[in-house]
Write a protein that binds this ligand. Structure first.
Ligand code: HSE
Length: 311
């Protein structure tokens, strides 16, 4: 058992166009870092949060890292106490899985401290409780890839059934973040409760096509499948110049482009790093021309997931 650890968990792209709440993958950066220290008196204390401009709650039962730690300790070490410092290294409300990354880094670090006492599924279940507190819904398409790395399918929520998908190693992601904040809770409230059967059929075809394309390493099939005719048309209205950015991405060679999680970040999947660099520049140019602050990240799919930085 260790008494101190610093851990990191990556940002994630949830939904991946056609797979609302069921697909997600991790990227190398950005990501969140937490420092954990066991203390003698039971309970979870968040000592300090860096990089959030004072926006996140220090109260453990309202904070995603705090809730994750409370759930873990209640189950495995109710007598233990924990102090947490959180280093937010990505913007809040960005659609990059910020709340999930803090919870995942905390859970991975805690599990390491206690010699991997919890299973992967248990960690995901604790992280889901944290997501529920952070954004009102227990979706796993950020927490699962942040905790496990790779490209993840949530085949079922009840019972939780998580599948690691094969993907081609040359698949690169461009993630463009613009300086506006969209709360996941808000972006979920505007979604329709019912969809037309014909829209469902199109979406199921794309979901199956994307899984097949990833396994077969068939980039053309991946590209044809990166279409969402249910969520994207509704949410893209919240994102300035979404259509322009998407058109630029597709015209400059992206396989597909859509909203990252609940937005406002926009992701594009590309074959190879060189194409990704070109796509990223073209996407950012749209925002530059409109004087909208933005920043892009380029990364292959992150296979490792969370890691221990300091023991
Ligand atoms: N699947 C979730 C949503 C992800 O789109 O609401 C949130 O990041």
């Amino acid at each position: 058992m260790r008494t101190r650890v610093t851990s990191f968990a990556p940002a994630t792209i949830a939904n991946v166009s056609c797979g609302f709440d069921i697909f997600g993958f991790a990227v190398n950066s950005p990501g969140d870092k937490v420092s954990l220290k066991l203390i003698d008196s039971p309970g979870v204390i968040i000592n300090k949060i860096y990089g959030d401009n004072g926006k996140l709650p220090l109260q453990a039962n309202l904070n995603t890292a705090g809730v994750a730690a409370i759930e873990f300790l209640q189950k495995f070490k109710p007598e233990a106490g924990l102090e947490i410092e959180i280093f937010k290294q990505m913007p809040l409300g960005s659609g990059m899985g910020s709340s999930a990354a803090s919870a995942a880094a905390t859970l991975f670090g805690l599990n390491y401290m206690f010699d991997n006492i919890a299973s992967e599924i248990q960690l995901i279940e604790f992280a889901l409780k944290a997501e529920k507190v952070a954004c009102g819904s227990a979706h796993a398409d950020n927490v699962a890839p942040s905790l496990l790395g790779g490209f993840i399918l949530i085949r079922s929520y009840d019972p939780l059934d998580i599948v690691r998908l094969h993907f081609p190693k040359d698949l690169f992601c461009v993630l463009l973040h613009s300086d506006i904040e969209i709360r996941t809770e808000t972006a979920r409230k505007i979604l329709p409760e019912k969809i037309k059967l014909k829209d469902g059929i199109a979406q199921w075809g794309n979901v199956a096509g994307l899984v097949a394309g990833l396994f077969l390493e068939d980039y053309k099939l991946i590209s044809r499948s990166l279409n969402d005719n249910i969520i994207e048309p509704v949410r893209s209205k919240l994102i300035p110049y979404f259509d322009e950015v998407k058109n630029k991405a597709l015209k400059s060679g992206a396989l597909g482009c859509s909203i990252s999680g609940s937005g406002p970040s926009i992701f594009a999947l590309c074959r190879g790093n060189e194409v990704a660099k070109k796509v990223a520049t073209q996407m950012k140019n749209v925002y530059d021309a409109e004087n909208i602050e933005s920043k892009y990240y380029i990364s292959p799919v992150n296979e490792q997931g969370p890691k221990i930085l300091v023991e």
